[in-house]
Design a protein around this ligand. Structure first.
Ligand code: NI
Ligand code: MN
Length: 226
């Protein structure tokens, strides 16, 4: 099985197997990195959408894409309740510690040290996601500070790829994210959530975990796992 992972800017990624397309945190409209690269929400045809938490820079274009494509939404219970109220029918809720079997594999929810609200409404616990798709396991940490149980997450799920926020201020900065990667021990670490706006503009060269390969993707760039 092969998997095409495309960075859509900020914390947004798509995962394509040929049969299924999963969009994670599909914030395209109003995302300066995505817009500078000419990406549009219309270019995403997702069978599934997964959200790490309910902040606007992660919920993004979820409603438009899910309505247009009939995508199933996988997210925290409160996010799914909100989405149902907005008219989405296919929701698949979870919470930290839980795992859901999906058409493409499975998704497990982990803790993330952050917050989660949308237009003033509580959106449940912020999460990291372990995603098994196309024979590959990816840990998208969501927005989070560093926590030592990342070592346990690495031990339990043995992710091939870790997608980590490095932009500081709202999440780990590059030094803490380097420690995170060293604890998780993925085959490859992909940084995100930096450079989108001035408050999270950091030098990504500071993300330098010992003994872990790093792949920096620009918006619109892909990595293929065979
Ligand atoms: Ni956030
Ligand atoms: Mn964020």
């Amino acid at each position: 099985m092969s998997l095409k992972i495309t960075f859509q800017g900020h914390a947004a990624f798509t995962f394509e197997t040929g049969e299924h397309t999963l969009a994670v945190d599909p914030f395209i409209t109003g995302n300066p990195l995505a817009e500078a690269a000419g990406l549009t929400r219309e270019s995403i045809s997702a069978t599934h959408i997964a959200l790490t938490h309910g902040h606007a820079d992660h919920v993004g274009d979820t409603l438009e894409i899910a309505t247009r494509c009939g995508s199933q939404l996988i997210a925290a219970f409160e996010i799914c309740e909100w989405a149902s109220e907005q008219g989405l029918e296919a929701v698949n809720p979870g919470n930290p510690g839980g795992r859901i079997d999906t058409d493409f594999g499975w998704i497990a929810f982990t803790q993330a040290f952050h917050s989660s609200s949308f237009e003033g409404r509580y959106m449940g616990m912020p999460c990291g996601l372990l995603i098994n798709i196309g024979g590959t396991t990816v840990y998208h940490a969501g927005d989070t500070g560093l926590f030592s149980d990342m070592a346990l997450i690495g031990e339990l799920y043995k992710p091939d790829i870790a997608i980590l926020p490095i932009g500081d201020r709202f999440t780990m900065g590059p030094e803490h994210a380097s420690r995170a990667a060293e604890m998780i021990k993925p085959g490859l670490a992909i940084p995100c959530h930096y450079g989108t706006w001035p408050p999270i503009d950091i030098d990504p060269a500071r993300f330098q975990p010992n003994g872990i390969d790093v792949l920096r993707l620009g918006a619109g760039e892909s990595h293929v796992v065979d």
